[in-house]
Write a protein that binds this ligand. Sequence first.
Ligand code: WT7
Length: 572
Amino acid sequence: MTLSSTTIDYERLRTTLDWKAAEAELGWEPGKPLNIGYLAVDRNVERGLGDKPALIHEDSTGTVRTFTYADVKRLSNGFANRLQEFGVKELDRVCLFLDKAPELYIGFAGILKLGAVAQPLFSAFGEDSLLQRVEDSKAVAIITSRKLVSRVRKIRDRVPELKHVLVIDGNAEGKPLRTDEGEFAFDMEAEAVPEFEIAKTHRESPSVLHYTSGTTGKPKGALHVHSSVFGQYLTTKMVLDLKDDDVYWCTADPGWVTGTSYGIIGPWTMGVTQVVLDAGFSAERWYQTMAKHKVTVWYTAPTAIRLLMKAGTDVVKQHDLSALRHMCSVGEPLNPEGVHWGREAFDLDFHDTYWQTETGSMMITNLPGMVVKPGSMGRPFPAVDGAVLDPVTWEPVSEVGKVGMIGIRPPWPSLMRTYWNNSATYYSKFHNGWYVTGDRGSIDADGYFWFSGRDDDVINTGGHLVGPFEIESALLEHPAVAESAAIGKPDPVNMEVVKAFVALKPGFTGDDDTELSIMNLIRKKLSPLAMPQEIEFVDKLPKTRSGKIMRRLLKAQEWGEEIGDISTLEND
Ligand code: WT7
């Protein structure tokens, strides 16, 4: 491997690049109000980009709608205005529970312009997943659709703070809305207003709340602030390499942090045109979308790349993808095969990026012009201080290739400021002045980071984190389940899928019907992602003496790994 073809001076960037560069470029000065909604929308209109498309939206039927920055301004004003009329105030949490409708992107900007906190929720969430997140945040309003409102109705009586339910297609034919219960038909076009006085939020004002799963307990809400924009802007510019004329496509759903940091905030603060495809996955459809809209920069995920690989290179060649000039990936380890295939199919490198909901913006990256080493996540973004830490001393390990905990040195603008209602867990993430990611990795002689694995029991399925505890709690709601353990099982496409070990109550049998009804329950209560792809019925589960289920043992068996020393676990 030669690094001689590197065309950027990484070492020089490390000493010169400062997040503050973003402040000046976005026209912000210390002491002035700072609002992401303003920077992402109104500022672009003020600097003459009003007629430029901000969003090219294509739905499952192929209908394309284009929204200019001027459109996004008046439409996002409408959201802010209506919420304000309902009495929603600065710092109140407002949920977005939508498929990838234009209202999701524009509503997000509107919530921020009002100074409220945007809380995106993945549209596939079932009742339990929804309830946990709305209950914890005490959101006062939710923006949803006719298709999804029935799930909101199911939890209303348990979330008394949730007063306003805005239904984007609430005027459509069908069952009437329950207006007496605060449901309101919000027609984005009809609600548009030319001007809205944007809240004078500041650097540390809360902006976005994203829930993420851990090993224990319920999902935790990572709270971000308006100054996160400096991190998102600078990484969008330098890693995604966006330029004025680009047509950018981020395939992530804004229910997850990639879809907000790099599917709304990053591209829009740069005044770039972005494409959104609100349709299910198919390789053919994805290439059609790229060809039709002449996508130039593409940010996607390893699971999608593996699905595209399965569809082959012939289908790539049937489309005119000549506009495409840069590709990036995030969310899970990008296998070397994915990079090799990318070169064959597109004649480009997939540039891996590594970060988390908590970090808010990319931390380890492959900058354009850097030599891509297939299988490596790249090097710390030049303004980021990243290291591999010894888990006992929490000092950086100096040995090349030695595996330790990946840590990032605070501060940086987009680091979460706390976990909502859970500052103890937030503080537990810091050791010896480092933010500890919970991932293990190593650094090679060229300073490239290599991912080894997570240091907890969280399951990463197709780039989405699922907590074993959430699944196990939901499993207990099934009448046949006595106890259970959920682990990640290797999967060629999704990297991991959920597998559940289940011990049944007396009188129940582990037949196909039981298996199916358990699977369905999880799909409905949590989400299709959390649904076990396999259920193994067992007589009992391996436990420590204190009664803790040994997920690690089950996982090692599943992955065919050395089980290692389990004596400590047994004595736990
Ligand atoms: C976890 C964070 C960041 C947006 C999407 C995920 C894993 C993320 C990579 C990568 C290997 C990766 C880590 C991390 N992860 N990117 N490039 N290579 N693993 O955000 O849901 O908070 O998940 O995803 O385990 O901790 P998230």
